[in-house]
Write a protein that binds this ligand. Structure first.
Ligand SMILES: [Zn+2]
Length: 247
């Protein structure tokens, strides 16, 4: 599954041109909802039957609000990048933002724990290289555990899937997951940082490839049967990609 964007709409606001993606979401109640993602991208979720002019008018009406949030996202990104692996930095785990706390201890092996909303790293060596290695190991272990459970659940739920496929963790720069011709899934351990519905979407996408190897209409029919709102979930994940792939 490639990490990329789909077709965007454009809104003009003063000198600025704001690009946004429209997602029609099945079963969505009520009005248009505007989201500004961590990378500054804008997603607009709308009920299935909402016409484009109505959506554009709703976005136009809130243009100032949207700009304000884009500005905030830009500032936050400047603050977050690049990592130094010291206390106070922000990390992500299944939607939650966690503050890193690095503590020097007697422990030569080192450990990582979730404690009261903080990601605690304890080690006798608190150099950036060592803290980074411990954090990568922790994310891998969480990913291994969570993905294997979710793959089992989804396989049991989707009628055309017989058994949980073979899979492995693989750090990729531009992909969340892939499916080999032999039906072996590769999943990016950084995906465990994403909200649960985004993880579910990627797993489902790759599992659907076991049935349909290409992105053909049958593939999308299968995916949509299992997750009708997948476009909205994908847009959300795309908007967070840069942040989540920052190791
Ligand atoms: Zn795919």
């Amino acid at each position: 599954m490639e990490i990329n964007r789909t077709i965007m709409q454009t809104l003009s606001y003063g000198e600025e041109r704001i690009r946004y993606q429209v997602c029609h979401v099945p079963d969505r109640e009520g009005k248009v909802a505007i989201h500004v993602h961590p990378d500054g991208s804008v997603q607009v979720d709308a009920p299935m039957d909402t016409e484009l002019p109505e959506i554009k008018a709703a976005v136009q009406k809130r243009a100032r609000w949207v700009m304000g949030h884009i500005e905030k996202a830009r500032e936050l990104r400047e603050y977050v990048l690049p990592r130094e692996y010291v206390s106070g930095e922000s990390y992500y785990y299944q939607k939650r933002r966690l503050q890193l706390k690095v503590v020097r201890s007697e422990d030569a092996k080192g450990s990582v724990k979730l404690h009261r909303g903080k990601l605690m790293v304890e080690s006798s060596d608190v150099s950036p290289a060592r803290v980074r290695k411990l954090l990568l190991g922790w994310y891998r272990a969480r990913a291994q555990d969570y993905f294997s459970r979710r793959l089992k659940d989804i396989t049991a739920r989707v009628p055309c899937l017989a058994e949980t496929p073979e899979w492995r963790l693989l750090t990729m720069k531009k992909q969340w997951g892939s499916c080999s011709p032999k039906g072996v899934l590769s999943l990016n351990p950084n995906l465990v940082k994403a909200p649960r519905e985004c993880i579910e979407y990627v797993l489902l996408h790759e599992l659907c490839h076991l049935q349909e190897h290409n992105h053909n209409p049958r593939f999308y029919r299968l995916l949509t049967e299992q997750m009708p709102e997948w476009k909205s979930v994908k847009a959300k994940l795309d908007g967070m990609s840069e942040l989540l792939l920052n190791e």
